[in-house]
Design a protein around this ligand. Structure first.
Ligand code: RTP
Ligand code: MG
Length: 276
């Protein structure tokens, strides 16, 4: 198989595209007929603060950063209906995937897109002023409907940030995977290898992860600095996890019986982990 067939890129259909019912239009612009590319994976995601911050890490500190995070999380387009906040994440695959998708998507700024590339997807976007607490304009928010990776390296980082290997059919995977031989748990943002009540198991023995993620987890669990942060690895394991919701957004309180059974179950698992 030609290696170029495995080139991949990440697309996010952003909340403004969903709000304006442009999903079908965007998917048809990116279809195999127009782009020559195939879907390798897709997910509907309620974007957590951690995932948004990791995705846009390069923009941290810029005047538009807070509004960019709020935009990708859907707070701008669904300020009240929290349950409608989501993006559609898609991995496209095929020769020249990164360049072909960027070309259909168009320039970052929708005004520039309308000038320079009137038929591109982003030509349908808008630009919104960003104001400080005194109402002074401090920047612009570009509601440009869609994200697309800009380079092969960016595509690899982003696909590994949003998708687990098992979200992608085995024969379509472009990056090295490895089977975990250890348990990895996260609690209050800290990594551990044994269970404690309240911790989330991100990988268990036998689970398949990205090899680069397992390298990071091995280093961090031994207290050795790693090339990427813990959040960059674990964010995808929290995708659509109810525990990532802030308390005000959690669905109605659970019945006491289920809560009690949950506590018994966590305690049994904790006692078992101590016996190992
Ligand atoms: P994307 O990552 O979303 O595909 O966009 P891009 O490569 O064309 O542009 P990038 O520089 O990566 O910026 C990511 C997103 O941040 C917002 N942005 N606002 N006000 C500004 O100067 C500015 N610059 C960037 C946009 O929403 C952009 O899509
Ligand atoms: Mg970009």
């Amino acid at each position: 198989m030609d290696r170029r067939e495995f080139e991949q890129t990440l697309v996010l259909i952003k909340p403004d595209a969903l709000r304006n019912s442009l999903t079908g239009y965007i998917l048809s612009q990116l279809s195999e007929y127009h782009s020559g590319l195939r879907f390798a994976a897709t997910k509907v995601i309620d974007v957590s603060e951690m995932l948004a911050a990791q995705h846009y890490a390069e923009h941290q500190g810029k005047p538009f950063y807070a509004s960019l995070i709020s935009y990708i999380r859907g707070l701008e387009h669904y300020p009240t209906d929290a349950w409608k906040r989501r993006v559609i994440a898609i991995v496209f695959q095929g020769p020249d995937a990164v360049r072909r998708i960027r070309s259909i998507v168009g320039p970052t700024n929708p005004h520039a897109a309308r000038e320079a590339r009137p038929g591109s997807i982003r030509a349908l976007g808008t630009v919104v002023p960003v104001k400080d607490e005194n109402g002074k304009v401090v920047g612009e928010r570009m509601d440009n409907l869609i994200h697309a990776s800009a380079t092969d390296d960016e595509a690899e980082r982003e696909i590994k940030l949003w998708f687990r290997p098992n979200d992608i059919p085995p024969l379509m995977r472009a990056y090295a995977t490895e089977m975990s031989s250890e348990h990895y748990y996260v609690r209050d943002g800290r990594l551990g290898t044994s269970f404690a009540p309240g911790s989330i198991c991100v990988l268990a023995p036998g689970d398949v992860g990205w090899q680069s993620d397992l390298n990071t987890l091995r280093l961090l669990s031994r207290g050795i600095p790693a090339p990427v942060s813990l959040e960059a690895v674990i964010a995808k394991y929290m995708i659509n996890d109810q525990r990532e919701l802030t308390p005000d957004r959690r669905p109605g309180k659970q019945k006491w019986i289920w809560k009690a059974l949950g506590m018994v179950d966590s305690s049994i698992r904790w006692i078992r982990s101590l016996r190992k």
